[in-house]
Design a protein around this ligand. Structure first.
Ligand code: AMP
Length: 373
């Protein structure tokens, strides 16, 4: 990433073509750019807003085409092979930096990196063999979660345990792959921060959101106003982003325990908990990601009003049933329905928190009443 300010009318290549790519594309078309998305899926959501190069992420021909034809490459999927990002880095401009991707892909490396930045994390210990289960459990000394070091998402690649037998069983269940054992954090709430950083170090921070999960999948994110942890979270984000020479949007998820932040994980990309910013903030996370990688001035992260984002998982509602409610914005990713699959989201906006709570209840009612399909 050279940090040179880019013009408009560029061809931006994106590794991944899911809904995050779709929303990046929608924002970027408005800024005068066009897109190519590399994604092995047959018809990924982003194919609706740009050219789809259907290939594996390590396909040499597809990668050569991407660097030959695109002015700048970014990503929306964090499990792109590190080698792919590093190869692109040698032949074209890529942001965020491959180093950020490499760290985020491995829970152990990620935790050690956070500690190096002076950030608190949940107690953890690495587990590579079945023989280590007993001693690993003894170190944690209490219930916890066994997580695969790589390729976990939306609660996948995780098993809860109570004792060392549970660790052994979990290790088998996860396929005897390298794992980390994490002590269970008795958190009051989970929050995340989405921020954007340019190559020159300028940053913009969105307000923290409080996130609720169901079955390991994000269910709802509420935008927090004047939260006492906003500044500490910003400092943590700055420490991480500066250490990585980060360029683009970065997201950090935290547990809040005894009123203090523990870093859970980071995503080197736009994030589900920032979707509310599309329509709910002056400048969305998608536009700010593009502004950051282009070296353009970052946009205001200020919310227009009280806001929350509600994911639509497994089934979509009838649009008219939810759009009749005031303050509702609906985003449909155009994906086929499947249990546990994120198909779209609703952003709910209201003048104040009390009205937002009341509207949220009505929204839940409408979602419960409407025939899904
Ligand atoms: P992760 O994939 O690490 O974000 O984990 C998914 C979800 O599992 C988190 O959002 C938490 O709700 C829960 N979780 C993960 N790790 C822990 C932990 N160490 N203690 C308590 N809950 C956890």
């Amino acid at each position: 990433m050279s940090g040179i300010i880019k013009s408009s009318g560029l061809h931006i290549g994106v590794l991944g073509g899911g809904q995050l790519g779709q929303m990046l594309g929608l924002a970027g078309i408005g800024l005068g750019h066009r897109f190519s998305f590399l994604d092995p899926a047959e018809r990924p959501p982003a194919a609706q807003v740009g050219r789809h190069i259907r290939a594996e992420y390590d396909d040499p021909e597809a990668l050569e085409r991407l660097v030959r034809e695109c002015d700048l490459i970014t990503l929306e999927f964090e499990n792109v092979p590190e080698a792919t990002a590093r190869w692109i880095d040698q032949h074209a401009e890529i942001a965020p930096p491959p180093q950020a991707l490499a760290i985020a892909q491995d829970r152990l490396t990620e935790k050690l990196f956070f500690q190096q930045q002076g950030l608190a994390v949940a107690p953890f210990v690495a587990l590579d063999t079945a023989e280590q289960a007993q001693s690993a459990f003894a170190e944690i000394n209490g219930p916890g979660i066994l997580k695969t070091r790589r390729l976990g998402y939306d609660g996948k690649g995780q098993v809860r345990f109570e004792d060392s037998d549970g660790v052994s069983a979990g290790f088998e269940q996860l396929g005897r792959v390298p794992c980390i054992l994490e002590g269970l954090v008795d958190f009051e709430r989970e929050v995340s921060m989405v921020c954007a950083r340019r190559a020159d170090g300028q940053m913009a921070f969105y307000p923290l959101t409080e996130n609720e999960h169901q079955n390991g999948i994000l269910y709802q994110s509420r935008v927090l106003t004047d939260d006492p942890l906003q500044q500490p979270a910003q400092s943590a984000c700055r420490a991480v982003a500066d250490a990585l020479d980060y360029v683009g949007v970065l997201t950090i998820e935290f547990f809040v325990r005894n009123g203090e932040l523990l870093v859970n994980e980071m995503a080197p990309r736009v994030h589900n908990s920032g979707h509310w910013s599309l329509g709910g903030a002056v400048c969305s996370q998608f536009e700010n990601h593009l502004r950051a990688i282009l070296g353009w001035p970052l946009g205001s992260t200020k919310p227009h009003s009280a806001a929350l984002m509600r994911n639509l998982v497994g089934a979509m509602p009838q649009p008219s049933a939810v759009l009749q409610l005031p303050g509702v914005l609906l985003q449909d990713y155009g994906k086929s329905a499947r249990p546990g699959r994120k198909l779209g989201h609703i952003t709910l906006l209201a003048a104040d928190q009390t009205t937002l709570d009341a509207q949220s209840e009505k929204l839940e009612q409408a979602l419960a009443d409407t025939p899904f399909g």
